[in-house]
Design a protein around this ligand. Structure first.
Ligand code: BES
Ligand code: MN
Ligand code: ZN
Length: 482
């Protein structure tokens, strides 16, 4: 984990640090070099003549105040790709809170790199180990809260991202269970409950089983329980954990298939969220449910036209074997709601449809819910955290989209319309109306570009932590929204 500390004068900076500051910062050393760098109206960067620093980068003030943050991150990314020093001194004297949170998450997330998987021979260059924040003494108390929270969020993101990046020949449902158990063992407040294939069949999770039974590695359900307090309502998070999605017998095209090891990002992010919550010791009860399966082809693979039964008794015609995510989620949501009928809410997250990327792009997660207070809370938390969501409609006008002649529901509409919302409409049948429920389609946001490649992003962990912290500050005994 990358550490942090605060200083109020550059005289206290560690020697050979990389100083990253606002061009207009009043705390910069008075020198001809700094003066000259300040004259430039763009990014000014030098590694020469800047002792006691190893490198000085001055970034124009506009970048620090741009609410979109992308400009500042775009300037920081190449600097961090090959760090000049293990220590960064970051000027935080004048930066908006939302921008700062995102910059800190970016920096703390440097704790994971693809090369850490040790699948490529690399001579590991210098790694960032400590962030020194340059601030005014009166800013410190507030900054400490922000740094602590963002460091814990990044800890969860890094664990989730690492798991997601591991290729699917290793990262199977059982591997996910074992990694989760190892990660949770660090925190006494976390407890893992595992359903193996036999349990899945016995407890009637027929949809999860249908999806996973075609693979050499059988499906699993993992419930991670966090008890930060002994009573109070339980908050539930459910994640799609397809460790590889071939599409099943409705086989995907080869070209688009290689990113499908990331089809377990929803589940990985639920686990990451649990780690963050445990790290922050939040006073709350949470259950995270990971629906784990590989959507493979083989003699046992589910066939188009199969009807399978969920653990709440609902039957589903499996028209398209590539619409597997909604099947495993449906069982997991129903299972969670049976375990905690009084849950304060259930939020599920999944790389569920390619269509949500067409609708919203790569910056926004799709939010589908019929609970207006929950929509409002999640939308606001997205804005505050910089991990934003956008609503797609979800109501009974979608009813035809899940009609089946042979079963209660059909897993795909035949008309290719409203694909993302139709999936959400199917899911809503598995959460009783008494529990507020929201669905996040993260197909566009679960990955980000890093050195020209798509890798796991850890989103929407920042959104969910912001939402949870906000929700805890309400009167928790009252029904949502209090
Ligand atoms: N995992 C995919 C969705 C996906 C596609 C995520 C591309 C990220 C990038 C999901 O299981 C799937 O295959 N969905 C289908 C749904 C369709 C059959 C209704 C899709 O999006 O094409
Ligand atoms: Mn699929
Ligand atoms: Zn999938």
């Amino acid at each position: 984990m990358i550490t942090y500390q605060f200083i109020s004068t550059l005289a206290d900076a560690k020697p050979n640090s990389h100083l990253i500051a606002r061009s207009a910062s009043s705390l910069l050393p008075e020198s001809a070099l700094v003066d000259e760098m300040r004259q430039q109206n763009t990014v000014a960067d030098t590694r020469f003549g800047c002792a006691p620093f190893a490198r000085i980068t001055l970034l124009p003030d506009a970048l620090w105040h741009d609410a979109l943050t992308e400009g500042l991150l775009a300037a920081l990314r190449p600097l961090l790709a090959v760090p000049a020093s293990a220590d960064i001194v970051l000027d935080v004297t004048d930066i908006g809170e939302v921008v700062l949170a995102q910059v800190l998450r970016f920096l703390f997330n440097q704790a994971h790199r693809l090369s850490d998987l040790k699948l490529k021979k690399t001579d590991d260059a210098v790694r960032l180990t400590c962030i020194t924040a340059l601030c005014l003494p009166e800013q410190r108390a507030k900054l400490e809260t922000i740094f602590r929270q963002q460091q814990a969020i990044a800890l969860g993101m890094v664990a989730a991202r690492r798991l997601a990046d591991i290729p699917s020949d290793r990262c199977t449902p059982q591997f996910m269970i074992e990694e989760a158990q190892k990660l949770c063992a660090t925190y006494p407040a976390l407890r893992c409950e595992v359903l193996n294939e036999k349990d899945i069949v016995e407890q009637g999770l027929g949809l999860l089983h249908a999806v996973g039974k075609g693979a050499a590695c059988p499906p699993r359900l993992l419930a991670v329980h966090y008890n930060g307090v002994s009573d109070g309502p339980v908050r539930c998070y459910v994640g799609k954990g397809i460790t590889f999605d071939t599409g099943g017998l409705w086989l995907k095209e080869g070209a688009g298939m290689y990113t499908m090891k990331y089809d377990m990002c929803g589940a990985a992010n639920v686990l990451g969220l649990m780690l963050t919550v445990a790290e922050l010791k939040l006073p709350v009860r949470i259950m995270g449910v990971l629906a784990l399966a590989e959507n493979a082809i083989g003699p046992e693979a589910m066939q188009p036209g199969t009807v399978a039964t969920a653990c709440n008794g609902t039957t589903v015609e499996i028209n398209n074997t590539d619409a597997e995510g909604r099947l495993v989620l449906a069982d997991a949501i129903a299972w969670a709601s049976q375990r905690h009928p009084q849950a304060r809410y259930i939020i599920d997250m999944a790389t569920l449809t390619g269509a949500v990327v067409k609708a919203l792009g790569y910056e926004l997660s799709g939010l589908m819910t019929q609970d207006e207070p929950l929509r409002e809370a999640l939308t606001g938390a997205g804005k505050r955290s910089g991990d934003e969501v956008w609503s797609l409609p979800l109501d009974a006008r979608l009813k035809k989209q899940t009609d089946s002649a042979i079963a209660d529901l059909c897993n795909t509409p035949t008309n290719n319309a409203a694909i993302s919302a139709s999936a959400a409409w199917l899911l809503h049948h598995f959460c009783p109306p008494t529990i507020p429920w929201a669905h996040l389609d993260i197909s566009g946001t679960a990955l980000w570009r890093e050195n020209g490649r798509s890798v796991a992003s850890g989103r929407p962990i920042p959104l969910l932590v912001e939402h949870l912290v906000g929700d805890l500050s309400r009167v928790t005994a009252a029904p949502y929204p209090a």
